[in-house]
Each structure stands twice: as structure tokens, then as C-alpha cells.
Design a protein around this ligand. Structure first.
Ligand SMILES: [Zn+2]
Length: 346
């Protein structure tokens, strides 16, 4: 990695500087954080014939979006009982801390537990919380949970997931919000207007994946049902009026550059609008989505954005501050983190 002059007189190691820059991750899926080494451990727990290290690594290799879905399923299929969730939560926090992530807001898909495991979510949530408490204590990175419903399972299922989130929030205050993911084409955001209103009334914060695989209309729909943050928002670039509204209202966008390339939602890095969004005054944040599935992590996303799109280090600091501001942390913690980001030196 090249050393670059940060100011006229100082040369610094950029990767190391970005690693130590206090960062917040806002778009990360718990089930998408399983590293090959953790997969091996899960396989030893559950497979009659455990995977070899080579076979485990192979599961992360795929060609296209469908291949990605198969990979994701093959890895999550080895998540069986609550203890497995405790393990991946703890390991996730360890990995985040190693990248200089001070706080993360992480999606948990209750759908995977309800439908793939046909189980109740309570014991899983309890185990995830055990992993979080241990991880926070050992590594210092704090975590909030966002409970994610699957768009194409329909409005009724989403309402069920969000009510469960509201119920569990009373027990676990680290559950702060909800979101929708899955197939945008088969589950327009309009369908979820009522459940979003209900979740909001229950004190939950609102996010939505939108404009990843569908056009700008999907992002309009997400903000029209009250989404406070938009995940991906890749197609906003095709709608000038939408860009103006997003800039004017400073709607935080959870961008995931490598994810968009690896899933084929964006053809190439040259086509990615991250720099265009930044220069248009949008409130963008950098995130990693399903990092081991995409061969990336948050630190590598920061490195990629800085190098490839020629963001200055001051601009990288601004991106880190954006993520603090766009988080659902209480004002006093935000202020403390913003101060740390501002005072972070060379
Ligand atoms: Zn996502």
C-alpha cells in the first residue's frame, strides 16, 4: 500500500490510518458475517463428515446473483441451534473491532429462523444477545439490532416480524429498528405502509433496502412509507428529482460498493455512483453488507472507496462522521463519537 502525504509535511500509511479511524457500520447482515473459519467450526458441530478448509472456502465462490444466493444458503444452512448464533455474533464483533469499527447496526433475519428452521425466535434472540454482551465486553464494539423482514413473503409476514421485534425490544433494548430486504420486484414498499406505521408507533426506527435491483420508484416508495435510512439506493442516480429530495432531506443512504459489484447490480466500479452521490451533497455512508460472501469488510470498503474513487482523507473522515450521525445511537454517544472522529489525527 502506498504511503501518501496527508498534509504537505506528513506521510502516513493510509490503510493503517483508515483502520484506526473510528468507524460505524450501518448495513451488515448477521447471517452474512460467517467467515470460513467459523463455518469450519459450525461444520465440526453439525456435519457427519465435516468440511475441509478447502471445501469451506469453495462455498464462498460463485459466479452471479443466483450463485451468491446458493452460497449464502449453504453457509447459513450450518447455523442450526441458538448456540451457533451466539458464536457468530461473538466472532462478528471480534472481526469488527479488528477493523476499527466502534459501533454497528446489524440486520437479523427472523425470516430465516421462522421459515428455514421452523422455530420460534426467542431462544435465538437470547443467544444472539449473549454473544453481543460477551463480544462488547471483550472487544468494546457496541451493536444494535435491526430486525429484517423479507419483502416477497408479503405484508402479513412482515407485520408479524415487526410485532415480534416490538415485543422483544421491551426485553432487549439493543433491538432498535426494522427493515425490509429480499426481492424488490415482488414486494413493493407500498405493501408495508401500515406495518411501518405500526412499528414506528411501537418506538422502532425504520430502514429499508431499496433501489438495489429496482429503479428509483422503489426508493420513492421506501421514503414515502417513512424509511429513515435507505439501503443501497443504487438506482437513485437515474432520477434527478429524487437526488434533489434525498440531498435536501439528507436521507442517509447505506451504500455497499463491493456488494453491488459482486451481485451484478452494478456493472463495474466505474459505474458506481458513490462519488457522484457525495459530490451531489447526499448523506452517504460506507458499509459492507455480507462481507465474507463478497470477499470484503468495512475497512476494505473504506480503502477501496479512498483509492479507487479518490476521496481525500478529510473526505473519508467526513464519511465516518456521516455514519455516526446516521446511526440510531442516543445524542450523547453520537457527540462523543463525532468528537473522536474530528479529533482523530495523522
Ligand atoms: Zn443488505
Amino acid at each position: 500500500m502506498a504511503r501518501k502525504p496527508a498534509r504537505q509535511d506528513v506521510e502516513i500509511d493510509v490503510v493503517d490510518w483508515l483502520r484506526r479511524l473510528p468507524k460505524v457500520e450501518l448495513h451488515l447482515h448477521l447471517e452474512g458475517t460467517i467467515q470460513p473459519e467459523t463455518l469450519l467450526e459450525l461444520s465440526r458441530r453439525h456435519d457427519a463428515e465435516p468440511l475441509t478448509p478447502e471445501a469451506a472456502k469453495k462455498l464462498y465462490v460463485y459466479e452471479n446473483f443466483l450463485g451468491f444466493m446458493d452460497s449464502f444458503k449453504a453457509v447459513s444452512a450450518r447455523l442450526k441451534g441458538p448456540d451457533d448464533y451466539e458464536l457468530i455474533t461473538y466472532n462478528m464483533i471480534r472481526d469488527l473491532a479488528a477493523q476499527g469499527v466502534v459501533h454497528a447496526e446489524v440486520y437479523i433475519s427472523f425470516g430465516i429462523i421462522y421459515y428455514w428452521k421452523n422455530a420460534e425466535v426467542e431462544p435465538y434472540t437470547e443467544a444472539i444477545e449473549r454473544g453481543r454482551v460477551r463480544g462488547e465486553k471483550d472487544f468494546g464494539t457496541t451493536v444494535y439490532w435491526l430486525i429484517d423482514a423479507v419483502r416477497h413473503f408479503g405484508a402479513e409476514e412482515a407485520a408479524k416480524v415487526f410485532r415480534k421485534a416490538a415485543e422483544l425490544r421491551a426485553v432487549y433494548p439493543s433491538i432498535v429498528g426494522i427493515g425490509i430486504g429480499g426481492d424488490e420486484a415482488r414486494g413493493g414498499a407500498d405493501l408495508f405502509r401500515e406495518s411501518y406505521a405500526e412499528a414506528k408507533a411501537a418506538g422502532l426506527r425504520l430502514t429499508a433496502h431499496a433501489g438495489e435491483t429496482m429503479g428509483p420508484e422503489s426508493i420513492w416508495a421506501a421514503i414515502n412509507i417513512g424509511a429513515e435510512r435507505v439501503g443501497h439506493a443504487l438506482s437513485a442516480q437515474h432520477d434527478v428529482e429524487l437526488l434533489e429530495v434525498l440531498a435536501q432531506k439528507q436521507v442517509p443512504l447505506e451504500l455497499n460498493v463491493t456488494s453491488n459489484i459482486r451481485t451484478g447490480c452494478c456493472k463495474s466500479l466505474d459505474d458506481h455512483p458513490v462519488k457522484q452521490y457525495f459530490e451531489s451533497g447526499l448523506m452517504i455512508t460506507i458499509n459492507s453488507d455480507d462481507p465474507p460472501m463478497f470477499g470484503s469488510n468495512l475497512l476494505e470498503e473504506y480503502v477501496l472507496v479512498q483509492e479507487r474513487f479518490e476521496f481525500s482523507l478529510e473526505q473519508m473522515r467526513e464519511l465516518a462522521a456521516n455514519s455516526v450521525e446516521a446511526s440510531f445511537l442516543p445524542p450523547e454517544r453520537k457527540l462523543e463519537l463525532l468528537r473522536r472522529v474530528e479529533q482523530y489525527g495523522w
